[in-house]
Design a protein. Structure first.
Lengths: 439, 414
C-alpha cells in the first residue's frame, strides 16, 4: 500500500540510486581501510604471541666429576677450559635416565635424543657450574630449553606430518616429547627471558631474545631525547618568536618542511658518510644511530613545537612585556611553560617515530650480530659507542634467517615494539587531554 | 698531551682529551656564577636597587660568556681537525681554556652599576637559538654534499651514460659490473603505481565519506583508526608483506593463474604499501575538503543537486589542486619507502610487466650495496650514493611541487 502521493520519475530514481552508490563507495573504502588494519594486527599477533611462551625440560643432571673436572682441584681456570661439548652428554644422559624411570619407550639414537635439548642448554648448565664450582659431583635439577622443533611442536607449528620431512626432528621424538609433557617433565610456560636474552645464532632460535636490541633502542632514544628536544625547541623559539621575516628565515622554513619529507634511507646515507666515514665514530654504535635519528626527528619536533608556541595567545606576551620583561624573558618565563604540554606531546610522537625506524640503521651497520650487552660508557668506545642493535633492526635480522622459528621471534619482537609505541602514544594523548588549554 | 694528530686514533684522543677542558670550563662557569653575583652586589654597595640589572642576570651573562665561546671553538676546531688531520691537541686545549678564561675575566670586569647584563646575556641566548635553527640547513647541506662527493667519485670510475641508460643491473664485486639504474627505477615506479592505485581511491573515498557523510560518532571512531595505520612502523608492514600477504597472493592468485611462484613480488609490496599510504591520502584530502567553503556546497544543494552530485561537481573540483598535492606527497613517500620493498619486493633487478614477479627498487639496492663488507673505493659500493642522490632529487622535486600546489590552493579560499 502506498503512503505517499509523490511519484518519482525515472531520472530522479536514477539520481537517487547514484547517490546511494556513491555513499556505499565511501563506506566500502572505510571498511577496507579498517579491515586492512584488523588483518595486519591479527596476522602479527597470531604469529607472534606464541614467542612469549617457551618449552622447557626439567632434568636432574648428574654433574659427573670425571667429565667436568678431571684433576679434581676445582680450579676455575682449568674448568673453564671444559667446553659445552663435555656438558651436552650429561644432559642427554639425564634425559635417558628420565625416560627409563618413567618407562617411556625410546626408539631414538643417542644423537637424535640429544637434539631434543637446545644447544643453548649445555651453555646454561656450564655457566651455572662455573659460577658455583661446588656443584660438581652433585645431581642438580635444571630447567633447560627444549630444542626449537620441540618448542614449535607444542605451539602447533610442527606436526607429526611435517616432522616426517624434517631433518631436524622426527615423529618418534615428538611422541617422546608428548609423553614427557603428559607427566610434566616438559612444560611450556611464559618466557621472561625473551626480553632479556641477547640474540642467538642461527641454530638455536629458541634461545634468541631481545635484550641487546631493547638496550640499544633505549640508548638511542636517550641520545635523541637529549639532542633533539633542546635543539628542536631552541630553533622553533627562534623561528616563531624572534626571526625577522626575510629570505634567510624563509629558506630555513622551506628547508624544514622538505626535510620532514626526505626518505629515511637518505638519512642513513648521511649518517654513513658523515658520522662513520668522515668523523669516524664506531659503526653500529647507538651514538651514531641516535645522531641519525635525531636529525630525522628534528623536523617533526620543530613543526609541533612551533604549533604549540603559536597557540599561546599574544596577550600573554603583551602582558609580560607590559610589566617590563624583556622579549627573552616573556618567552622563557611565560610562553614556553604554557606551550610545554604541546611540545612534550610532539616530542613523544617524534620519539615513537624514531623508535620504529629501520632503514637508516641498516646502513650504519646495526645489522651486525651482537651478543654482548652494550655498556653506556667505556673508556675505549666512549659514550654509547659499543656495538649494539635496535628493536626494529632485530626484527629485520630475524626475518633474514632461514629457520621458520625466527619468524615467530620476529613477530614477537614486533609485538614488543608495538606495545612500546602504544604506551608512548597513550602517554602523549593523555598529556594532551590533561594539560591542553583552550584559549 | 704534546702530540700531533695524525690518524684516526687521534680523533679518539681528542674526544677523550675533551673531557678535561670541558670539566675545567664547567668549573670556571660555576666559579664565575658566584663571583659575578657577589661582585654585582659589591659594585652596588650591597643595595641591589643601585643596579640596572639584577645580580642573577650578571651571573647568567658571566656563565654564558664563559661557556659559549669555547664550545663554539670546539665545534669549529673539531670540524677543522677532521678536514686537515693535523693540529696540535695541546694547542687546541689551550685555545679552548684561554677563551673560557678570557670570557670569564671580561664579563667580570664589565660588571658596573649601569651595565645592562640582561641585554648582554640575552644576546648570547639569541646566538644559541640562531645556531640551533641553522642545524636544519646544515643537515640539508650535509645530505647533499655527502652524496655529491661520493657520486662524483662514482662517476669518475663508471660512465654516467651507462648508469642512466643501461637496462642491466648486475653488480659483481670482482669488477666489470653493469650498474644501470633503469631496472631499479622501473621496479620503484611499478610498485609505487600499484600502491597509489590502491591507496588513492580508498583514501579519497574515505576522506569524502568522513567529511561529508559520516556523523560525529562514526568520525570519532574511523578517523583515529585510519590514522593508526600511519603510526605503525614500516618494518611491521614489511613483516606483514613477508609472512602474510606474499604467501597469500602466491597461493591464491599467482600460482593458480600461472603468473609465477614467487612470494615476494611487485603486487605484494605494492598492496602493502598501498595500505600504508591510505592515511596519508585520506587525512590530507580530509583537511583540504574541509577547507572548501560551505557556501559552495549550499549553493549547489540549493539548486537541487544531490549530495553526491555536489561532491563530484563542486567540492572535488574545488579541492582538486590540494588533492593532487596530497597524491604527490604520497607518491614521494612510496618512492622513498624502504622496509616494505626490502621484505616484500625481492632483490632481482628485472624489467618485466608481470606484477607477480619479484622486482627490486632503488632503495633496496642502496641497502644491499651498503650493508655487509663494503669497500668505499669500488664502484659497486659508490653506486649506492648515486642511487641515493637520484632518490633525493626525485622525492625533493615531488615534495617541492606538492607543497607549492597545496600552498597556492590554500590561499585561494582564505
Amino acid at each position: 500500500m502506498k503512503t505517499s502521493l509523490l511519484k518519482l520519475d525515472t531520472r530522479t530514481k536514477k539520481r537517487n540510486a547514484a547517490e546511494a552508490r556513491f555513499k556505499a563507495y565511501g563506506l566500502t573504502a572505510i571498511i577496507i581501510a579498517m579491515l586492512a588494519l584488523l588483518i595486519l594486527l591479527t596476522s602479527v599477533l597470531g604469529n607472534g604471541l606464541s614467542s612469549f611462551r617457551q618449552t622447557f625440560i626439567t632434568l636432574n643432571v648428574e654433574l659427573v666429576e670425571d667429565k667436568l673436572d678431571k684433576s679434581g682441584v676445582r680450579d676455575l681456570e682449568v674448568m673453564s677450559k671444559v667446553t659445552t661439548i663435555s656438558y651436552a652428554p650429561l644432559l642427554r644422559d639425564a634425559l635417558i635416565a628420565e625416560l627409563d624411570e618413567r618407562g617411556i619407550e625410546n626408539p631414538l639414537s643417542n644423537r637424535d635424543l640429544g637434539d631434543m635439548i637446545s644447544k643453548e642448554a649445555a651453555a646454561t648448565v656450564r655457566n651455572r657450574v662455573l659460577a658455583n664450582l661446588d656443584l660438581v659431583g652433585q645431581t642438580i635439577t635444571f630447567d633447560v630449553l627444549a630444542s626449537g622443533r620441540i618448542d614449535a611442536f607444542f605451539k602447533g607449528d610442527v606436526t607429526m606430518e611435517s616432522a616426517v620431512l624434517d631433518s631436524n626432528t622426527s615423529p618418534e621424538a615428538l611422541t617422546i616429547a608428548q609423553q614427557l609433557a603428559d607427566v610434566g617433565v616438559i612444560e611450556t610456560k611464559f618466557n621472561w627471558n625473551f626480553f632479556v636474552w641477547p640474540d642467538a645464532s642461527v641454530q638455536r632460535p629458541e634461545a634468541a631474545g631481545l635484550g641487546v636490541a631493547i638496550l640499544g633502542s633505549l640508548y638511542m632514544m636517550i641520545v635523541v631525547l637529549v639532542l633533539a628536544l633542546p635543539i628542536g625547541v631552541a630553533s622553533s623559539i627562534y623561528l616563531e618568536e624572534f626571526a625577522p621575516k626575510n629570505r634567510w628565515t624563509d629558506l630555513i622554513e622551506v628547508n624544514i618542511s622538505n626535510l620532514a619529507a626526505v626518505p629515511s634511507i637518505v638519512y642513513g646515507i648521511l649518517g654513513l658518510a658523515i658520522f662513520i666515514n668522515f668523523m669516524e665514530f664506531n659503526q653500529s654504535s647507538p651514538l651514531v644511530g641516535g645522531l641519525v635519528l635525531t636529525l630525522m626527528t628534528l623536523p617533526t619536533i620543530i613543526i609541533s613545537t612551533r604549533a604549540a608556541l603559536k597557540s599561546v595567545p599574544p596577550s600573554i606576551r603583551d602582558a609580560a612585556l607590559g610589566v617590563g620583561a624583556s622579549k627573552m624573558q616573556s618567552v622563557f618565563h611565560h610562553v614556553l611553560p604554557l606551550a610545554a604540554p604541546g611540545i612534550l606531546t610532539g616530542t613523544i610522537i617524534g620519539l615513537a617515530q624514531a623508535l620504529g625506524e629501520t632503514a637508516p640503521l641498516l646502513l650504519i651497520g646495526m645489522v651486525a650480530f651482537v651478543r654482548e650487552y652494550p655498556a653506556a660508557y667505556t673508556p675505549e668506545a666512549g659514550l654509547f659507542g659499543e656495538a649494539s642493535t635496535a628493536l626494529p633492526v632485530q626484527v629485520f635480522n630475524w626475518t633474514q634467517r632461514s629457520d621458520p622459528a625466527f619468524v615467530e621471534r620476529a613477530s614477537g619482537a614486533i609485538i614488543t615494539l608495538l606495545v612500546f609505541l602504544l604506551i608512548m602514544n597513550a602517554v602523549a594523548i593523555y598529556l594532551r587531554r590533561r594539560f591542553e588549554r583552550r584559549w | 698531551m704534546r702530540r700531533t694528530l695524525q690518524s684516526n686514533e687521534d680523533l679518539d684522543t681528542i674526544m677523550l682529551s675533551l673531557t678535561t677542558p670541558l670539566l675545567i670550563i664547567l668549573a670556571l662557569a660555576v666559579i664565575g656564577f658566584f663571583l659575578a653575583k657577589s661582585r654585582a652586589l659589591q659594585v652596588a654597595g650591597g643595595d641591589i636597587r643601585g643596579l640596572v640589572s639584577l645580580p642573577s642576570q650578571h651571573a647568567l651573562n658571566t656563565v654564558l660568556a664563559t661557556i659559549v665561546p669555547p664550545l663554539a671553538a670546539i665545534f669549529l676546531i673539531s670540524l677543522y681537525v677532521r678536514i686537515t688531520d693535523g693540529t696540535g691537541s695541546w694547542f687546541f686545549t689551550l685555545v679552548v681554556i684561554g677563551l673560557a678564561v678570557t670570557g670569564l675575566a671580561l664579563s667580570l670586569i664589565s660588571i658596573k652599576q649601569e651595565s645592562r647584563a640582561r641585554t648582554y646575556a640575552e644576546r648570547w641566548i639569541l646566538g644559541l637559538l640562531i645556531f640551533a635553527s641553522t642545524i636544519a640547513i646544515m643537515t640539508t647541506v650535509g645530505i647533499v654534499f655527502s652524496m655529491l662527493f661520493e657520486t662524483f667519485n662514482f662517476f669518475g670510475q663508471y660512465d654516467w651514460r651507462d648508469f642512466f641508460l643501461s637496462t642491466n643491473w648486475s653488480p659483481n664485486f670482482r669488477g666489470n659490473s653493469d650498474l644501470g639504474i633503469i631496472p631499479l627505477l622501473w621496479g620503484t615506479l611499478y610498485i609505487s603505481f600499484i600502491a597509489l592505485a590502491f591507496a588513492v581511491p580508498i583514501g579519497l573515498f574515505a576522506a569524502i565519506y568522513l567529511s561529508e557523510y559520516a556523523g560525529p560518532r562514526m568520525r570519532s571512531i574511523a578517523k583515529p583508526a585510519i590514522e593508526v595505520l600511519a603510526g605503525i612502523p614500516t618494518i611491521v608492514y614489511g613483516l606483514f608483506a613477508l609472512i602474510t600477504v606474499g604467501p597469500f597472493l602466491r597461493d591464491y592468485f599467482a600460482s593458480p593463474m600461472g603468473f609465477g611462484e614467487s612470494a615476494s613480488s611487485v603486487m605484494t609490496a605494492g598492496l602493502v604499501m598501498g595500505v600504508m599510504l591510505i592515511p596519508f591520502v585520506s587525512s590530507l584530502s580530509d583537511d583540504i575538503i574541509n577547507a572548501v567553503p560551505q557556501a559552495m556546497r549550499d549553493g549547489s544543494l540549493g539548486l537541487g543537486a544531490t549530495k553526491s552530485e555536489t561532491i563530484r561537481q563542486v567540492v572535488v573540483p574545488a579541492a582538486l589542486p590540494g588533492i593532487v598535492g596530497a597524491i604527490l606527497l604520497a607518491a614521494s613517500r612510496a618512492i622513498g619507502e624502504t622496509m616494505i620493498v626490502v621484505l616484500g619486493a625481492g632483490a632481482a633487478a628485472r624489467l618485466s610487466l608481470n606484477p607477480f614477479e619479484a622486482m627490486t627498487t632503488v632503495t633496496v639496492k642502496i641497502v644491499s650495496q651498503l650493508t655487509g663488507d663494503t669497500d668505499f673505493a669500488s664502484p659497486e659500493t659508490l653506486v649506492a650514493f648515486a642511487l641515493g642522490l637520484t632518490l633525493f632529487v626525485i622525492t625533493l622535486g615531488l615534495n617541492v611541487f606538492a607543497l607549492y600546489i597545496v600552498r597556492k590552493y590554500r590561499e585561494q579560499y582564505e
